[in-house]
Write a protein that binds this ligand. Structure first.
Ligand code: JHZ
Length: 386
């Protein structure tokens, strides 16, 4: 549906002097059989997940979101100290710590050694491996299995879901979050498309895939401001009647995430990319200084695809210490700390972490009050001032 060319891996930040990053084809496909939007060119997973730079705890929005998540699930299932939650792709343990605070037992699985060790240091038991059949066979049964922003990264969905079913108690629940494909299309957020994200989910293909693994997707909650619009789906190993919202969202996907919606999106993407670049070039011509706000994975795609490099951005500021001092791959924009950015504030910030718009605009009120502005890339490039 959309050929974005050959682009670097979104989270593989460059080190100074390390030379140019490898690039890999980024082509989006739509399956007429199951309505799944997906990539077909797989990059070996060890190139992407061994040393991972994304920390869930990097934004208050996500820390608060996962705290409410643990609260909702603990209450809903009446979880107690004898119960145990398994989180697949547990990152720095943000969600599991929230369960621990409520007295629930936890186990994390996180293949990225550097991130898993942060969780371990904070008292979250974590297995540093991929969640595969070999590992699933060694695990006990859990009353809740969670996986947040993980399913999109899974190459073999059938195998992954079969392994989840294997470690779930018969009365247990599989709870997971993913960005909603309908929102990616509606928001034009083509920067959500990168090699790590093999699938862009609606509920429809998930109902089918879960069914093959012997699970039924019966409930959903929608979070419009998480990663630009995400849903939390709940599946059970026994049949349960789908809730009205499941039916409503599937019906919306038939119009908002079907072949034609993907085709229209694909037509809009190059136009929007050009519009954003021209807007920034216009500001440069007027002598404005511009920097990136945040260095999320998706910034690699936005900047490379739009051709926004060091000639336009002075730097990108990011709160994650693991990212500071490195360069955004392909375009070589340096990542600096917010403290450094405060010593050299730009006239305009390009909001690369646009999914935290509210949190960031509130935090940067002083910058705005002094006349600073943000360029927000999606759904259409716009300038935001105080
Ligand atoms: P953020 C992540 O992608 C990772 P990314 C992953 N691949 C995935 O699937 C998607 O989410 C859904 C920084 N920041 O969360 C912190 C500031 O500097 O949008 C982060 O580096 N100042 C698993 O990487 C980045 O921005 C701030 O005030 O696109 C945001 O990254 C805030 C709030 C954030 O995810």
């Amino acid at each position: 549906m959309l050929d974005m060319g050959s682009l670097p891996l979104a989270n593989r930040l460059e080190n100074l002097g390390s030379g140019p990053s490898n690039t890999y084809p980024l082509v989006v496909y739509y399956c007429h059989n199951c309505a799944l939007i997906q990539l077909a060119d797989l990059v070996p997973r060890n190139e992407m997940f061994t040393d991972y730079l994304y920390l869930t705890s990097a934004s208050n929005t996500m820390v608060e979101h996962f705290d409410r998540y643990a609260e909702t699930i603990t209450r809903r299932l009446g979880l107690a100290i004898t119960d145990k939650v398994l989180d697949v792709g547990s990152n720095d343990g943000t969600l599991l710590k929230a369960f621990q605070r409520r007295g629930v037992g936890v186990l994390g699985i996180e293949p990225a050694q550097n991130v898993a060790s942060i969780a371990e240091k904070e008292g979250v038991p974590t297995i540093t491996e991929y969640f595969d059949l070999k590992l699933a066979n060694t695990l006990e049964k859990f009353c809740v299995v969670t996986a947040n922003n993980i399913l999109s990264h899974v190459g073999n969905l059938r195998e992954f879901l079969a392994n989840v079913a294997k470690v779930l108690r018969p009365d247990g629940l599989f709870v997971f979050e993913v960005p909603w494909a309908a929102d990616v299309l509606r928001n034009n957020s083509f920067d959500m498309i990168y090699h790590e994200h093999l699938s862009y989910f609606g509920l429809k293909p998930l109902v089918k895939a879960l069914g093959i693994a012997g699970m039924s997707l019966f409930d959903v909650e929608y979070f419009p401001s998480i990663h630009g619009g995400s849903f939390r789906a709940i599946a059970s190993p026994s049949f349960k009647e789908p809730s009205p919202l499941v039916k409503e969202m599937v019906a919306r996907e038939d119009k908002e995430a079907d072949f034609w919606a993907v085709r229209d999106f694909s037509g809009r993407v190059p136009i929007l990319a050009q519009r954003l670049r021209e807007m920034l070039l216009g500001l440069k011509r007027d002598g404005k200084r511009i920097a990136g706000y945040g260095a999320p994975a998706k910034a690699t795609i936005l900047l490379n695809y739009c051709g926004i490099g060091r000639d336009i951005l002075d730097y990108a500021s990011d709160t994650t210490p693991l990212k500071q001092g490195k360069l955004i791959p392909g375009v070589g924009v340096s990542i600096v700390s917010p403290q450094f950015a405060r010593t050299k504030p730009p006239d305009y910030y390009l909001l690369l972490a646009w999914n935290f718009r509210e949190e960031i605009l509130a935090k940067e009120q002083e910058f705005l009050d002094k006349g600073g502005r943000f360029v927000v890339p999606f759904p259409n490039p716009e300038v935001v001032d105080s």
